[in-house]
Each structure stands twice: as C-alpha cells, then as structure tokens.
Design a protein around this ligand. Structure first.
Ligand code: ADP
Ligand code: MG
Length: 661
C-alpha cells in the first residue's frame, strides 16, 4: 500500500464510506493517517455523583429510580442514578428500546457529558456500560476525531489501524538527528498519535509530526525565497494620480499606519525588483482599501491584477466593493468562483486572455484553474492560509511572475516573522480607524443565555444584526457542546415566544451557516445576512475569515473554551467594523480556573498582538489538544505560538539540508 493510494485500498472501506470520507477531506491513505484526533477521551474511575460539573464528562455508578418514558415529537426517557453522595438526572432522546434495559433498583455504570437541564444537572444521552467492559477501557485514551454523519470515531480508528498494518512510511530524518532532538520515527509517531497509551506519549508523537509539518512548509518557502532577488520588475508602476483621486473620494481618511503601508507599496511597485510584500494588520484595520489602491495603480499602468481570497463568500464581497469603487475609474472587474457554470467561466477565461478584463477576484483556486492572463502585473493574496506559500508556488508553476501583495491578520512575534515571512518585506498596520469604539466584552456561563438572547433581541430591534457561533454542526455522540442545527431551532422558538410575550410582533429571522452546506446554499445565506434579511446568523467558524458586515454589532460564541484565543479574536473581529458600539459575549460551556484565565485575556484585550502574546505566556505544553486553532493559522497539528521552538529547529534543519539561507 502507498500513501497516495485511494482510501478504498484499506480493508473495510467501500464505495459508500468513500463518499462520506470525502466530506471530511479524506481521499487518500495519507489523508486518513493524517486525520489526527482532535482530542482524547480518557476513561476514568467512576466518580461520586456529587462531583458532577457542568460541561465535564463524568462516569458514575449507581442505582436507578424514577424512570419515565414519554413519546412525543421526540421520545424521551428520564431517570435518576444515585450513589451515597447524591443523585443525577439522566435523559435519553429517541432510544425507546432502552426502556426494556433499564430496571429501577438495579446498579448501572453510565458515562457522558454533564449539562444543565433547567435548574438541575443531567447527563444527556449517557452511554451505559457493563462493569467488565468499562474496566477494560479504564485509563485508556480514546481518540476523538472530527466526524460526519455515518462515520464514527471507531470506524476511523479501525481504518487507521488497518492502513498502518500494510504500509511502510519512509523516514527522511537521520537517526542521529532524531535522537538529539527527541523526535521519534514518523511511522511510530503516526501510530501513537492515533493510539497513545498516555498523554505524554501523544505529546511526543505530536512533536515529530509538527516538526514534519513545519519542515514541509519551510522547504516550499525557501524554494520561493532562493529566487526572489533575481526577479527584475517587469511591471514598473510610476503614476499614482488615479489613486489619489480614489483616496479623495473615500468617506474616510487613511490612518497613519495605512498611509505608511501604502507608501511602502508604491516604493516597491516602482523599484528595480518585483514586489513581494506582506501587509499584516489586525482584524478591521482596513487592509482591503490598501489592496484596492495597489490594484488601481496596476491597472492604470496597463497591467492586470488578481485578488485571491479563501472563500467564495469573501470573494463576492470583495468583488462588490471593488466594483463599486473602481468602476468609475474604468476598471473592469470580474468574479471567478467554483459555483459558476462552466460556460460563464469560459467567457471569463477568454476575456482575461484578450485583456477585456482588468481585475479578477476569486478564491485561492483561481490560479489552479484554466485561467490565463494577458499581462498579470499584481497578485493580491488576502487572508491567506499558511502565508500564501501554496498560492505563490502555484503562480510560479504557471510561469507567472507578478508583484505579490499578501495580507494577513495573524499577529506574529518579530522572532517568528523572520522565519515565516523570510522572503517577504513586511508592513504592519498597527492602528484601527479613529471612529471605532472599542468592543465591549463579557465572559459568562450558560445561565446567562436568556439574558444574552434578550440583549440580541434588543439590538435587532434597533436595526442591528448578530452572529452566534457554535463549535459543531450537528449533535455529536461523543462530544457535548452546542450545535448549529439544534441551536437555530431553539432560538427561533425562543424569539417567537418572546414576541408573543412582549406583544411587539418582532419577527426575527434566524438562519444557520456551516461548512457542510453546499457552496451555493452558503453563499445564499451569507448574502441574505449581508443584505440584512437575516438578522441573527448561527454559524460554525466558517464566518471567521474576513467577512465585513458593518451592521452586525453582537458576536456571541458558545463553548468559547473550545477555541484557540487567536481564533476567538478573529471571530470577534466580525463585529466592531463600523461606528456603532459592538459587543462580544464569550459563553463558557464549562467552568474552570484555566478557562477563566484564558478568556479573561480576551475580555481585557482588544488587540490581536496582545492576545497572542498573553496566550503564549499562559499556555503549557499539555494544553495543546482539544483547542482548535484558527483556520488561517492552522497546520493539521502545528501551532506557531506554542511550537515556536520546533519552528526554529525545522528552520535550522531546512537551512542545513537545502543549503539556502
Ligand atoms: P480588514 O483589515 O479586517 O480586512 P477591512 O479592510 O475589511 O478590514 O476594513 C474594515 C472596514 O473599515 C471596512 O468597512 C472599511 O471600509 C473601513 N475602513 C478602512 N479604512 C478605514 C479608515 N481609515 N477609516 C474608517 N474606516 C475605514
Ligand atoms: Mg480583510
């Protein structure tokens, strides 16, 4: 078996499961081996019932009583389990067959996530275990994977196990180097990350895999870098008259930091060598207008420009903004995204070659498709993933050598930026427009939810909009946590009731958005939110990148403890983009001192650099599992902040092996 083989070559995987796995982005053997656990579930000795804590998984053993079973829209079974310390409510939905298995007065072992059920604590959908069965699981770490309906964690475990049996993974690290740096063999690391005996072991395995992720990234980066200084500027741009006109027409003045970045860019564009510049600025600092100026200058000098963004939603939004501001300057802009028909794409291709189009805005896939330019002078890579290395590589492979302007909201400490941006010049936009009011933050627990709902209702009444973020798309069997689908239903009902109670007939449109929806559906929902037809958008983190809806004033994040601070900061950046006062509500799904400490960082800092710094200071090496890093930042495992030492090590290693600097 080879890493690049289709997953179907793994025993036990058939055509039907192949389709499901594709939804998770798994196509090859390598993909499934690198579908690393998000976290591990640890089976501990059953605990006294009175130690149950909201948001925590608990195993309890006791006698059951007060069993009720009720059919309705949902079939509901409830009972209580008690030991000498107390009693806890258990609830099952739609599992009527359990009635026969649960006998009041008998002892059972249950395990599940503790939730608040009105005034009392309860376990929803607890799993029931035989004692022997549970003892076998004791102290085991069970991997938890990102899943989709029809694929269980167990299924993935089995497939990984099968694949590892039939494959030999090459190791490109010399044994001596591995030994000195405490890096295990790759094959071993992959096995252990899926089936660790302890957290310690999992961390060691992770160390090797993170090293590999960095090495791969840095190798690609160095390759780009080695050529940079030889590239002569074939698209010199010297006139900025039209740009000055555009600046005069804007309803605002550039901040000093924006002006500085713009001066840097104009200097690059007219210099002897090609521009390769990164503009780094916190969310909402106004990077788009800087890109627009560069695009206008390029077009007016007679060249074409491409703007690449991570999502279709963002592409559409940029397209509208560019069109609105640049069409009066005679700039012809087109949108090119995956959901367009083949026919309309073909038309755009033809116009790009004949130079009937000046600017093309699309997703990062833009350059990988059949698109050819007449004279591409500038490529803008906005909100880029992994610092745009892949996009830049793709441009190069097509033989295109335009000026490159990258934009990122990822705050990087100076020491790391030298490694990560190695080949690029850097402009930092370190101030926000003056009109902005600082976002007001609060960290609350779930008992505050009704207050929050009413607060949002009031904001909507005043003509504003809100985002609510949940970590999951649908109810998941092994992880508690709010999910977008059920949440939307609950909220709709809540607001209908509230309107009746208040007698104000306020009809709030609540809709959901998540990554598993079809691109078309996602775009539709997002467009309706942008145009104000939807007032409350319940979403997964798909809204995290770049979207600009000035009218949205509330961001509420459920299970805030699940997200990385960098990502929470990105999410918060969706509000506070206009002159209105905005609010961010971080809702904790469970309590704990560390959780409070982390969320307090966000509560007390609205500045992304500060957040990243504090986060790094606070985090220990053991905290790395279970927290999702930001989409923009994330490798599969690596985290540039927490793994800064490995990044340096990989950088040294790549330098030594490739001989470049
Ligand atoms: P980001 O840096 O996150 O990409 P955007 O470029 O989307 O931010 O800008 C956010 C909002 O701020 C936009 O609506 C933009 O028009 C506005 N904006 C940009 N620069 C300024 C400025 N100097 N003064 C006031 N508003 C500005
Ligand atoms: Mg942006």
């Amino acid at each position: 078996m080879n890493l690049s083989d289709n997953v179907k070559t793994i025993k036990g995987i058939g055509d039907k499961t192949v389709k499901l796995l594709e939804k998770l982005g798994i196509f090859t053997v390598s993909d499934i081996l690198e579908h690393y656990p998000r976290d591990y579930d640890e089976f501990l000795i059953p605990a006294p019932i009175n130690t149950a804590q909201e948001g925590k998984i608990i195993a309890v053993e006791g006698v059951i009583s007060r069993l009720t079973s009720r059919a309705g829209r949902k079939h509901i079974i409830t009972c209580y389990v008690s030991d000498t310390s107390g009693a806890l409510k258990l609830v099952w939905f739609n599992q009527p067959y359990l009635v026969k298995l649960l006998k009041p007065g008998y002892r059972y072992l249950f395990r599940g996530m503790v939730k608040r059920d009105n005034a009392e604590l309860a376990i929803n959908q607890p799993k029931m275990y035989q004692r022997n069965e549970y003892i076998r699981l004791l102290n085991n770490l069970q991997p938890i994977y990102d899943l989709t309906k029809g694929i269980t964690s167990n299924f993935i475990s089995k497939a990984v196990h099968e694949a590892l049996h039939d494959i030999e993974i090459e190791d490109n690290l010399p044994a001596a180097f591995r030994k000195t740096n405490n890096l295990m063999k790759r094959q071993e690391a992959i096995k252990i990350i899926h089936f660790p005996k302890s957290k310690q072991e999992a961390l060691l395995a992770r160390r090797r895999l993170v090293f590999d992720e960095f090495t791969e990234f840095l190798t690609a980066l160095r390759e780009l870098q080695s050529k940079k200084n030889e590239e002569l500027n074939r698209y010199p741009i010297t006139s900025y008259e039209e740009c000055d006109k555009l600046l005069c027409k804007l309803p605002f003045e550039l901040t000093l930091a924006q002006q500085k970045a713009w001066v840097d860019i104009t200097r690059d564009l007219s210099s002897k060598t090609l521009m390769s510049r990164m503009v780094e600025g916190d969310v909402g600092s106004g990077k788009t207008i800087i890109a627009m100026l560069a695009v206008l200058a390029t077009v007016k000098a007679g060249f074409q420009a491409a703007v690449m963004v991570p999502t279709e939603v963002l592409a559409k939004q940029h397209y509208e903004e560019f069109n609105q501001r640049l069409s009066e300057f005679g700039v012809k802009t087109e949108l090119l995204v995956g959901s367009q028909t083949a026919a309309s794409k073909k038309k755009i291709y033809a116009k790009a070659v004949s130079k009937e189009i000046d600017v093309i805005i699309g997703t990062h896939a833009l350059i990988q498709e059949g698109l050819e330019f007449n004279c591409l002078g500038l490529a803008v890579i906005d909100e880029q993933h992994r610092f745009g290395v892949n996009q830049r590589k793709a441009l190069k492979e097509k033989g295109l050598k335009p000026h490159i302007l990258s934009m990122s909201a990822t705050p990087i400490p100076r020491s790391l930026s030298l490694i990560l941006y190695g080949d690029m010049d850097l402009s930092v936009i370190n101030e926000l427009p003056k009109e902005r009011l600082p976002i007001k933050n609060c960290v609350v627990d779930t008992s505050y939810r009704p207050t929050a709902f009413n607060f949002i209702r009031n904001e909507v009444k005043n003509g504003h909009q809100a985002y609510i973020i949940c970590p999951m798309v649908e109810e998941s069997e092994d992880m508690g946590g709010e999910n977008v689908t059920d949440y939307t239903e609950t909220l709709k009902e809540y607001y209908q009731m509230a309107a009746l109670k208040a007698g104000d007939g306020l009809n709030i449109s609540v809709e959901y958005l998540h990554g598993k929806m079809k691109a078309q559906e996602k775009n539709e929902v997002m467009e309706r939110f942008v145009s104000g037809q939807i007032q409350v958008l319940v979403s997964t983190t798909v809204v995290e990148v770049g979207v600009n809806v000035k009218n949205a004033t509330v961001m509420m994040i459920e299970n805030a403890e699940r997200f990385g601070l960098a990502q929470l900061h990105q999410l918060r950046g969706r509000v506070g983009r206009g002159a209105d006062q905005s609010y961010c509500i971080f809702m904790k799904g469970c309590a704990g001192k560390e959780i409070d400490e982390r969320l307090d960082i966000l509560k007390n800092n609205n500045n992304g650099f500060k957040v990243a710094e504090e986060d790094l200071r606070l985090r220990g090496p053991g905290d790395i599992f279970g927290i999702r890093q930001s989409g923009e930042l994330s490798w599969k495992l690596a985290d540039i902040y927490a793994d800064a030492d490995l990044l340096s090590l990989a950088s040294e290693f790549v330098k030594d092996t490739t001989g470049t600097k």
